[in-house]
Design a protein around this ligand. Structure first.
Ligand code: NDP
Length: 359
């Protein structure tokens, strides 16, 4: 097989490997937030993302250390890999959308947004959304490690910025997988369908575009000053505290409404007697402080690279702005429709959408 072809099929092979590991490795079996429309019961999920990541990265490291593959293989094959992932993403979209019954919307809209809400297969052992996110997270991590390896192999004095960027991004991936269950309570799970947006998004955009910072700077020399590394890590972890704190506090509230979060934040709410919305702790700062957190994390990741004047890495935080600003508006409309006057009361109590005091 030619190198190009091997590179093209690498994401396909990894997809098969990750699916096989997801199926055979032990998993937590948990109830989600979304209910099955037929039974009214919460959908169930098998979650073992952290284990799948550990085994895949372990395999990659063992094969590289044993000289079977070079450490920077995914860097060498990045363009072929991207092309292969694009094709996989398109094939997946066609398969998942066209095999499902039409919803009555225009075909292009169905292809983009999907027809099925929460497809599960193999006797409920695989949930399409959670598998897509798992694949995206694992391939992103392998890409980052491979791109960082390329930098380390290319320069006698590698940049500590590359190491910091890779370490922070690894934290981001691990954080998602450690709290995989919390993701069951997010917008993608309860409000989106599986089509091009989610399928191509997880198979291509997540593992390749999120690595745009390293992709565009791994070939550059020069070490960032220590103060910039400190600022980058601070911005990243302040962002992480906002995002993880808010998501975890809401999750705690949904599963145990009276529990004091982290032993610190008593759950204060606005309520109509029937339903309640949190307005203490992270949810008192703004109505989507978690989105601010994601944007700060992305900014910290760019700063860590130590090339703040390079334009390409900035595409990553810009993407979050483009994704999350409209998403906040859409979620606001959804909540206004769902909660009615209660949502107005909540908006009056917590007036800012994302940035405290500003927006
Ligand atoms: P949220 O987690 O903020 O979820 C919004 C939903 O939470 C609302 O629809 C409502 O649903 C419920 N809710 C809103 N306000 C309250 C409140 N005060 N009290 C109780 N429930 C409330 O947003 P997302 O699901 O969009 O995002 C989840 C996380 O994923 C965020 O951190 C986001 O930044 C992150 N994310 C990360 C991405 C990445 O690539 N890294 C991409 C996209 C998102 P209901 O009441 O019906 O339960």
């Amino acid at each position: 097989m030619s190198e190009h072809l091997a590179g093209f099929f690498t994401p396909w092979i990894l997809c098969a490997l990750i699916l096989a590991l997801h199926l055979v490795l032990p998993a937590r079996n948990v109830a989600g937030y979304v209910t099955d429309p037929e039974t009214g019961e919460p959908l169930r999920y098998r979650l073992n993302g952290l284990l799948v990541l550990a085994v895949t990265v372990g395999l990659w490291a063992a094969l590289s250390a044993g000289g079977v593959i070079p450490w920077d293989l995914l860097w060498r094959w990045r363009w072929e890999g991207l092309a292969g992932a694009c094709t996989l993403g398109l094939a997946f979209t066609l398969l998942i959308v066209l095999r499902a019954p039409p919803t009555g919307k225009p075909l292009l809209a169905e292809l983009y947004l999907g027809r099925l809400d929460n497809p599960q297969g193999l006797g409920g052992r695989v949930d399409a959304k959670m598998f897509l996110y798992l694949f995206g997270a694992v391939l992103l991590e392998l890409n980052l490690l491979s791109f960082a390896a390329h930098h380390h192999l290319s320069f006698a004095t590698p940049s500590p910025g590359v190491t910091l960027h890779t370490a922070l991004f690894t934290w981001f991936v691990l954080d998602y997988l450690v709290f995989e269950r919390v993701h069951l309570y997010t917008y993608d799970l309860f409000a989106e369908r599986v089509g091009f947006k989610l399928g191509w998004g997880c198979l291509v955009f997540y593992p390749y575009f999120y690595a745009v910072g390293l992709w565009s700077t791994a070939d550059l020399s020069g070490a960032p000053p220590t103060w910039l590394l400190v600022v980058a890590a601070l911005v990243f972890f302040v962002g992480w505290s906002f995002a993880r704190g808010a998501n975890l506090q809401k999750f705690t509230f949904k599963v145990a409404p009276d529990r004091v979060f982290l032993g610190l934040f008593r759950p204060e709410t606005v309520s109509d007697g029937d339903r309640a919305l949190l307005c203490s702790g992270f949810w008192a700062i703004s109505r989507h402080v978690n989105y601010l957190g994601e944007i700060l994390m992305a900014t910290g990741l760019v700063l860590a690279l130590g090339h703040p004047l390079e334009p390409w890495p900035w595409l990553y935080p810009l993407y979050y702005l483009a994704l999350l600003l409209p998403r906040e508006r859409a979620d606001d409309r959804r909540c206004a429709a769902k909660y009615g006057p209660l949502w107005d009361a909540y908006r009056a109590r917590v007036p800012r959408r994302i940035v405290p005091g500003l927006y």
